[in-house]
Ligand binder design. Structure first.
Ligand SMILES: [Zn+2]
Ligand SMILES: [Zn+2]
Length: 403
C-alpha cells in the first residue's frame, strides 16, 4: 500500500542533481509577491515535462493533481521572494536588483516540484489523488492563499487535508519540528494618525500637542495587554514606528504611529482591535487631538489539526528518524497557510536547515540567509511520504468503518 519509504528516499536521491539546478534557477531569479511570472512558468514547464496537467489560478499560482480516486490530499508551497538585496555572495545569488529569496520559498517550490516528479513516477502506487498547490504572494497581504482558495484551489477535487512546510534556520539540518494546536499567530498591521494643532512651542495653550497625546497613547496601549487579556492567552502589541515633528520650537500638526498586534485567539483578536480603537480615540481626545486608527487585518492564527499532525509525526519518524523529530515551540510569526487551515484539517511543519557545524546561521528575511541544497532531499521526501501515508490511512479508515 502506498509508496514505500525506501523507494521515496532512493527516488529523491536520484533526482537530487535536477533539484539543485531548479533551486539555483529559482533562487537566481526571485520575484516579488503576486509577480512570480517566471517562477510560475518554470513550475508549469516542469509539470509539462512530467505530463502533469495543471491550472493557473490567481495569475501566477499553479495547481495540479497526480493519482486518481475520491480520496484527495493537498501539498502546498509558496513561491514568492522579498523586496531586499541579497548579500550571500553565492554563485547562484539573485540577479534581480533588490529582490531576494530570503525566506526559503525557493526551497519550498523546488521540494514540491521534486515531490511532483516522485509522485508521478509512482502514481500507480498511490491510494488516491495528491493535489499540488504552488501559491503566490505569501509575503504580502491579503496573502496568496486567500486568493487561491477564493479561485477554487480547494475544490474539484476537494482535499480532506493539506500539508505545508517552512525551512527553519533555528534547527539543525536533518531535523523536523512540528506540534499540534496553535503554532503561529495572527498578524494585524496597525496605523494611527494623530492630528493636533500646530503652534509655537512657547505657546502650548494655543495648540494641541499630538506628540504628548501619542506618548500617553503608546504607554496606555500596553495596559490592554496586561489588563484585557487572559494571562493564559498569548498576545503581543508592538509599536514599531513613530514619526512627527521637525524642530525644537514647533508643536507639530500630526504624529503617525505604526505597529503590529498578534495573537493565537481570533475572537480576542477582534475584541482587542476595537479596544485599541477606543483607547486611541479617547486618549487623543483628552489632549484635544483627533485620532484616526486604521488597522489592516492580516493572516489569522495558524493551528495544526491533531489527526493530520499525528500522521505527519508518524511519517517524520520514518523519514528523519525518531530522535530528529522535534517539538515545535509556537511563535508569533504569521503564515497565510492559516487560510487553508481554516477550511480543512492541516499540518504545517518546520524543516531544520542549519549546517551541522554551525550553532547559529542568518535567519529568515536576513540578506545573508542561505540554506544548503541538501535540505531538498528530506523536504521532498517528507512531502511525498506524508501524502502517500495520509491516503493509505484514509483508505484504512474507510475499510474499518465499513466493516
Ligand atoms: Zn517570510
Ligand atoms: Zn516564508
Amino acid at each position: 500500500m502506498g509508496i514505500k519509504n525506501e523507494t521515496i528516499i532512493s527516488s529523491v536521491n536520484g533526482i537530487y542533481p535536477e533539484l539543485v539546478i531548479i533551486r539555483h534557477q529559482i533562487h537566481r531569479n526571485p520575484e516579488l509577491s503576486f509577480k512570480e511570472y517566471e517562477t510560475s512558468r518554470l513550475i508549469q514547464s516542469e509539470l509539462s515535462k512530467l505530463d502533469i496537467e495543471f491550472k493557473v489560478l490567481s495569475e501566477t499560482g499553479v495547481i495540479a493533481t497526480i493519482g486518481q480516486g475520491d480520496k484527495c490530499v493537498a501539498l502546498r508551497a509558496d513561491i514568492d521572494a522579498l523586496p531586499m538585496s541579497e548579500e550571500t555572495n553565492c554563485d547562484f545569488a539573485s540577479i534581480n536588483p533588490d529582490i531576494m529569496h530570503a525566506c526559503g520559498h525557493d526551497m519550498h517550490t523546488t521540494m514540491l516540484i521534486g515531490a511532483a516528479k516522485v509522485l508521478k513516477k509512482h502514481e500507480s502506487e498511490l491510494n488516491g489523488t495528491v493535489k499540488l498547490i504552488f501559491q503566490p504572494g505569501e509575503e504580502k497581504l491579503p496573502g496568496g492563499a486567500s486568493l487561491m482558495i477564493r479561485e477554487g484551489a480547494l475544490a474539484n477535487p476537494a482535499p480532506s487535508a493539506i500539508f505545508g512546510q517552512h525551512v527553519n534556520p533555528g534547527e539543525k539540518l536533518g531535523t523536523i519540528s512540528l506540534a499540534d494546536g496553535y503554532i503561529m499567530g495572527s498578524a494585524d498591521e496597525l496605523y494611527w494618525t494623530i492630528n493636533g494643532k500646530g503652534a509655537h512651542a512657547a505657546q502650548p495653550h494655543l495648540g494641541a500637542d499630538p506628540i504628548l497625546a501619542a506618548s500617553h497613547l503608546i504607554t496606555n496601549l500596553q495596559s490592554l495587554i496586561t489588563k484585557f487579556r487572559n494571562p493564559l492567552n498569548p498576545g503581543v502589541l508592538a509599536l514599531t514606528a513613530i514619526n512627527g515633528g521637525t524642530a525644537t520650537n514647533i508643536i507639530p500638526e500630526k504624529v503617525e504611529l505604526k505597529g503590529t498586534f498578534r495573537s493565537f485567539d481570533n475572537e480576542w483578536r477582534y475584541l482587542m482591535i476595537e479596544k485599541i480603537r477606543k483607547f486611541s480615540v479617547g486618549i487623543c481626545n483628552l489632549y484635544d487631538c483627533t485620532c484616526s486608527f486604521d488597522p489592516i487585518l492580516g493572516y489569522p492564527p495558524l493551528s495544526n489539526d491533531s489527526s493530520s499532525t499525528n500522521i505527519a509525526k508518524e511519517t517524520a519518524e520514518k523519514i528523519f528518524g525518531g530522535t530528529n523529530v522535534l517539538s515545535w515551540e509556537p511563535k508569533m510569526w504569521a503564515e497565510d497557510f492559516a487560510y487553508y487551515a481554516q477550511q480543512i484539517p492541516s499540518t504545517f511543519w518546520f524543516l531544520g536547515v542549519m549546517p551541522m557545524n554551525l550553532q547559529v546561521m542568518p535567519g529568515l528575511h536576513n540578506p545573508k540567509f542561505l540554506p544548503g541544497d541538501e535540505a531538498l532531499i528530506l523536504g521532498t521526501s517528507m512531502l511525498v511520504a506524508v501524502a502517500s501515508n495520509y491516503l493509505d490511512k484514509k483508505i484504512a479508515e474507510d475499510k474499518s468503518t465499513s466493516t
